[in-house]
Design a protein around this ligand. Sequence first.
Ligand SMILES: Nc1ncnc2c1ncn2[C@@H]1O[C@H](COP(=O)(O)OP(=O)(O)OP(=O)(O)O)[C@@H](O)[C@H]1O
Ligand SMILES: Cc1ncc(C[n+]2csc(CCOP(=O)(O)O)c2C)c(N)n1
Ligand SMILES: [Mg+2]
Ligand SMILES: [Mg+2]
Ligand SMILES: [Mg+2]
Length: 321
Amino acid sequence: MDEFSFIDSIMQKYYRQSSIIKGIGDDAAVVRPVNGFDMITASDTMVEDIHFRLATMTPYHIGYRVLAANISDLAAMGCDPAYYMVSIVIPKDWSKQQLQEIYAGMQDHAREHQMDLIGGDTVSGHQFVVTVTVYGYVPKGYARYRSQAREGDYVFATGYLGDSAYGLHLLLERGKSTDNPFIKRHQMPQPRVPFAQALQPLKRVCLNDISDGIASEANEIAQASGIDIEINFGDLPVRPEIKDHTLKDHKKWVLSGGEDFELLGTVSEDDWPRIQAAAEQTNTKVTKIGTVKPSTENPCVILCSDGRREKLSKSGYVHLQ
Ligand SMILES: Nc1ncnc2c1ncn2[C@@H]1O[C@H](COP(=O)(O)OP(=O)(O)OP(=O)(O)O)[C@@H](O)[C@H]1O
Ligand SMILES: Cc1ncc(C[n+]2csc(CCOP(=O)(O)O)c2C)c(N)n1
Ligand SMILES: [Mg+2]
Ligand SMILES: [Mg+2]
Ligand SMILES: [Mg+2]
């Protein structure tokens, strides 16, 4: 199978998004911007031995997970997903079947969000790398920025924290298994698109998705908004199976394990009931985990735990260290 027959094999038979004028098949894709909406775009990459090993993910999971990481950034902007592009570097020892499974993972996840594959690039190389770029729409002026936190806001998180890191721990310790819920959370994360969409009528809500761990993402919000964030460790949504572990691992997974692809947000106290209503409407767990304080000198995150207050600095996975 050469590059061209491979592209033919992954092309969609039809597009779900009516704004696509030209998808795969020319020098570039053409979409007609939708009136009354701003277009949002984001890109995230997965590299073998950094984001996965063949011992932690099947090719299907790699496809599902790389699209999840991207869709999660769209959710964090409050946006409706629409299209995606895929650039892939394929080592010689990867089979045609493995490649098709990667695309099956992406296509199944794309279908859940009515997204269409509109282009990309295929090259051979020495290390497996896949980069996805996603596009979506948000009602004009309603993108959700990290800079939108304000003094007095409630800080909230969706879902549970630390599940994916615990799943990775189980995978590395025990090997592949399909029926463990933590492993499933690592391999097939579910971005919080319906919840973010349900928040669209709100005038202001600050959102960031949790890819590196809340220690990182809370600091990103503090810095972008010029405020301090206070988080109560005891209020963090953590499953009992994780709490049973030694405190050091448990704390690390919850605060800086990352890859949960939950949302961290802040909203005014007055709008908190609307967050709870959106959570109920979309069957999403949402927990108040802290509050936004006025900034002192340098915006920072304070973790309150057992009556002690400590500065929580950006931790988690950092590339180029
Ligand atoms: N190599 C790059 N060139 C241009 N812009 C970049 C590059 N890498 C990151 N960015 C931009 O920097 C900003 C932050 O990117 P970052 O990848 O940290 O966010 P994220 O996708 O939310 O986090 P994560 O990668 O952990 O999922 C985004 O605006 C992103 O587009
Ligand atoms: C085999 C294996 N080892 C370690 C990890 C952990 N890991 C890799 S990248 C990353 C942060 C998100 O990356 P990015 O910032 O690029 O989105 C994390 C937590 C993994 N998933 N698989
Ligand atoms: Mg990124
Ligand atoms: Mg993000
Ligand atoms: Mg991201």
